[in-house]
Design a protein around this ligand. Sequence first.
Ligand code: NAP
Length: 303
Amino acid sequence: MQSPSMRRVFVTGGTGFVGRAVVQALRAEGCAVRCLVRRGSERDLRGLGAIERIEGDVMSRQSLDQGMAGCDAVIHLVGIIREHSSIGATFERVHTQGTINVLEAAAAVGARRYVHMSALGTRAGARSRYHQTKWAAEEAVRASPVPWTIFRPSIIYGRGDGFVTLLARMIQRLPVVPVIGAGRQRLQPLPVTHVAEGFVRALMLDATVKHTYDVGGPEPVTMVDLIDRVAAAMGRRRPLKVHAPLGLVRPLTAVLHRFPDYPLTPDQLLMLEEESTCEPGPFYETFGLVPISLGAGLAAMLA
Ligand SMILES: NC(=O)c1ccc[n+]([C@@H]2O[C@H](COP(=O)([O-])OP(=O)(O)OC[C@H]3O[C@@H](n4cnc5c(N)ncnc54)[C@H](OP(=O)(O)O)[C@@H]3O)[C@@H](O)[C@H]2O)c1
């Protein structure tokens, strides 16, 4: 069943990679968008047109209560891949407590819909703290009285992302591309535009209430394959690779992750060691989206 349109939508994480695409998709749908923005991040919303900005933080209930007043729906995207304990940005606080704060504010203002960003691999008893705290956040969502939908994407790619862009940069600049371990673990990357469309369409589809969607592209690829596909999309030959044994990367990462330029944390390493694949059929069918092949998606991104 089709819901009445959501006139004003409150978005957290709107300044991020996925958030910018979600804001664009909401605007294309004719929704008024109000973004929660941390002080200093306002610039990241440049070019997105007429959107309301509310200064705040998911750690502050007050900023959420004030910011959400008058909104019909909430899209909660905030998440971190790296903790910054010195400023209190731990996975527990940002993922779990942040979500509880957003849910409580959404219930308090009488929001009619809530759409939540989780991640593939989120499950009870997950190995990484990223996934453990995303699971606790999901549990809070499931206990909320506000009609909810949860999305769990694999790797999301597009201009401005943190993953494929990093691979492309390594392919461009390094004589050999480092691969962690054998690089046989599989991922299912999908374009950010499809994730954004899913979030916006979920707001309108009552049938998606209380449903969780695994989200991935049409083809699982190994990390080694992905590097080759990215190179092909850049018009380059298959790059040479050097495999860094896990037995070496683990202790190095345990020490070096404290340096901001080191691109990996122990928690990310745990996730990279796992497969990130799913059966994405229900996502594409429910939201009326046609899967885009990885080759076509990467070519569009890297052209
Ligand atoms: N990218 C992927 O491949 C992928 C895959 C699966 C799931 N996800 C999930 O998707 C979500 C968005 O990911 P992304 O790639 O777009 O990340 P991103 O570019 O790092 O964006 C994160 C967003 O969260 C905001 N944020 C962080 N801490 C906050 C806080 N305490 N209060 C308010 N806002 C805060 C950031 O604001 P500032 O601009 O102020 O920093 C930014 O808008 C995350 O939940 C992530 O776990 C991403």
